[in-house]
Ligand binder design. Structure first.
Ligand SMILES: Nc1ncnc2c1ncn2[C@@H]1O[C@H](COP(=O)(O)OP(=O)(O)O)[C@@H](O)[C@H]1O
Ligand SMILES: [Mg+2]
Length: 232
């Protein structure tokens, strides 16, 4: 692996068993990602985007091939080691936000830091910084039910970013947002990518996201059919 390379995927195949047979969701993927990329896996529904992101995020393992992520072969990690890799180095953003409803905005964003055993004062500063990045410091005491979809997604971004992870994986993060909120969120992510050199990998088929990408990887029927660096 090159120095700047943080993900290297070779000959990746993922099959799901269905009844007596199986379905091939990823059918021979070779890809690498450099630190600081703002990349998207795009393609129609069912093309394998979520499956690929889940393997990169060590939430699922390959059937064949190698996925080396942040220096670890995800197929060889124990459940516990995979959890540590995610907790320390990755942030996840999902289309459905996955905020904890009984917790306040502050507590939702603080949650990943509790798992890292950070001191109270450090946690408070990190949470307020993250809420400031996404422009939502006035809602610290609100609960998710009191927020709009766009605000919930901004809290989810703050939660993914609060520990300043090396890698953020975002699966259809704008699926429930209107265009104004989508642009605001993409701009926030673009700024964090520039300021912190965080690598972002999106799975999306939303044109509003696609136009922000600096690299566009097209996935069709479990295969990469194009991979372009976007210069503009
Ligand atoms: N756990 C599973 N069991 C069986 N089939 C699955 C499973 N997960 C995904 N698939 C299938 O794999 C294909 C790719 O799914 P997915 O990665 O979710 O696509 P995308 O995110 O691009 O919409 C789909 O046809 C889906 O039905
Ligand atoms: Mg998906």
């Amino acid at each position: 692996m090159k120095n700047s390379e943080i993900i290297s995927i070779k000959g990746l195949i993922k099959r799901f068993s269905i009844g007596k047979g199986y379905f091939t969701a990823l059918n021979g993927i070779d890809l690498s990602f450099d630190k600081g990329q703002f990349a998207g896996v795009v393609g129609p529904s069912g093309s394998g985007k979520t499956t690929l992101l889940n393997i990169i995020g060590s939430l699922d393992s390959p059937t064949e091939g190698i996925a080396n992520v942040l220096g670890q072969d995800v197929n060889k990690l124990s459940t516990k080691k995979a959890a540590i890799l995610r907790r320390k180095h990755m942030g996840f953003i999902f289309q459905t936000y996955n905020l904890l409803p009984v917790y306040t905005v502050f507590e939702n964003v603080e949650f990943p830091l509790l798992l890292l055993k950070m001191s109270g004062a450090k946690r408070k500063k990190a949470v307020m910084d993250a809420l400031d990045w996404v422009g939502i410091t006035d809602k610290v005491k609100s609960r998710p039910a009191q927020l709009s979809g766009g605000e919930c997604q901004r809290v989810a971004i703050a939660r993914a970013m609060v520990k300043k992870p090396e890698l953020v994986l975002a699966d259809e993060p704008t699926a429930n947002l209107d265009s104004e909120n989508s642009h605001h969120i993409l701009q926030t992510m673009e700024n964090l990518n520039k300021e912190l050199q965080t690598t972002f990998i999106f799975a999306t088929h939303d044109d509003k996201v696609i136009k922000y990408l600096k690299r566009k990887i097209l996935l069709e029927d479990g295969k990469v059919t194009s991979d372009d660096i976007i210069t503009n």
